[in-house]
Design a protein around this ligand. Structure first.
Ligand SMILES: Cc1ncc(COP(=O)(O)O)c(C=O)c1O
Length: 353
């Protein structure tokens, strides 16, 4: 059997959730959208169901999958609904919805529902992606109240740059949120992972931790005690020597300057390992640091075993996990851990803890 697999440590997931909840205070919705950032939404939600205050997904179908798997905790649709018919589904499945746009507000005003919904009113405090402008927040709140379809309203915003401790944007967003909501009743929810860890002023009634649950610290200084949840690993499937001057792999990008022992590893970009990483990108072989040499192929990649004479066919190769932080690979690939984790596919997923 091909040895490529993603090992998911559910005990680490619970550890990270507890850390987020403790750091933030109040309650926390575990963000498990996008298949729990690639980790398996059903398995992750089941692992957290006993202690999470609730869950957040992006849209209705993601929520239905979790409800069908027996997840009963509160569940928020972060994108809200796309059409009015989904409001009845939300009532039936006991889902909470974000309302971030005039069109969604109108759906609530023009529908008759069997029961009122819990609504999270999203205010655009500077990200300019979704949400009502601060000056429109009060009117939106009044219209929700008047619709007859709303049980209660939580006030929320989302930060554009909470993972950048030095920039003023988050402080400004908090100030705009506070001004816009000063006269409105309701619980508040501001903090994503970066804010939970780095912005105490953003800690309110509800946190919405995502990436930190999966153990990737979004702050540059890291060191927050998160535990990686996914280990992406495989094994050496062949070993060869190449002479000085010989090129390796597609495009001949790596050329050996000394005789080089090359390990061929069953992992490639079709599995979600990024093709763009340069020579020198860290991997771990049997627990020892090594590096990628040569371009990553669709199903295989090559690593330098020159300094690891005992490494052989079957040696374990960690692409990321406890030995190789996923943030390092994301930096090498010019992206963020979120994207790498979400992209893992085709490999076997094994769950423990
Ligand atoms: C509205 C909202 N809240 C919370 C999160 C979680 O963010 P993070 O993964 O940075 O913690 C997201 C994710 O994008 C989001 O869209």
């Amino acid at each position: 059997m091909r040895p490529a697999r993603a090992l998911i440590d559910l005990a680490a997931l619970r550890h990270n959730y507890r850390l987020a909840r403790e750091r933030h205070g109040g309650r926390a919705l575990a963000v498990v959208k996008a298949n729990a950032y690639g980790h398996g939404a059903v398995q992750c939600a089941c692992a957290l169901e006993g202690e999470a205050d609730g869950f957040a997904v992006a849209f209705l179908e993601e929520a239905l999958t979790l409800r069908a798997a027996g997840i009963r905790k509160p569940m928020l649709l972060l994108e809200g609904v796309f059409e009015a018919s989904e409001l009845a589904d939300a009532v039936r499945e006991d889902l909470w919805i974000v309302v971030h746009h005039e069109a969604q507000l109108r759906m609530l005003e023009t529908t008759t529902l069997a029961a009122p919904l819990h609504v999270w009113l999203k205010i655009n405090t500077g990200m300019n992606r979704a949400g009502f402008l601060p000056e429109a927040a009060s009117a939106a709140w009044q219209r929700l109240q008047a619709s007859g379809n709303v049980a209660d309203i939580t006030l929320m915003t989302h930060f554009a740059r909470a993972d950048e401790p030095q920039v003023i944007t988050t402080t400004e967003q908090i100030a705009r949120f506070d001004a816009a909501t000063a006269a409105l009743p309701g619980a508040h929810s501001l903090a994503n992972s970066g804010a939970i860890l780095g912005w105490p002023q953003a800690r309110r009634d509800w946190a919405r931790p995502g990436i930190l649950l999966y153990g990737a610290d979004p702050l540059p200084q890291e060191g927050n005690g998160l535990q990686p949840v996914m280990t992406l690993e495989s094994a050496v499937m062949a070993v060869r020597e190449i002479a000085a001057g010989e090129a390796l792999g597609y495009g001949g990008r790596f050329v050996a300057d000394t005789p080089t022992r090359v390990g061929l590893v069953a992992m490639g970009y079709a599995d979600g390992y990024p093709r763009v990483v340069p020579d020198g990108t860290p991997v771990s072989v049997d627990g020892h640091p090594s590096r990628i040499i040569g371009r990553v192929s669709m199903d295989m990649l090559t690593v330098d075993l020159s300094r690891l004479p005992t490494a052989a066919i079957g040696s374990r190769v960690e692409l990321w996990g406890r030995e190789v932080p996923v943030n390092r690979i994301a930096a090498a690939a010019g992206t963020i851990a979120y994207e790498l984790l979400c992209n893992v596919k085709r490999v076997r997923f094994s769950y423990q803890g």
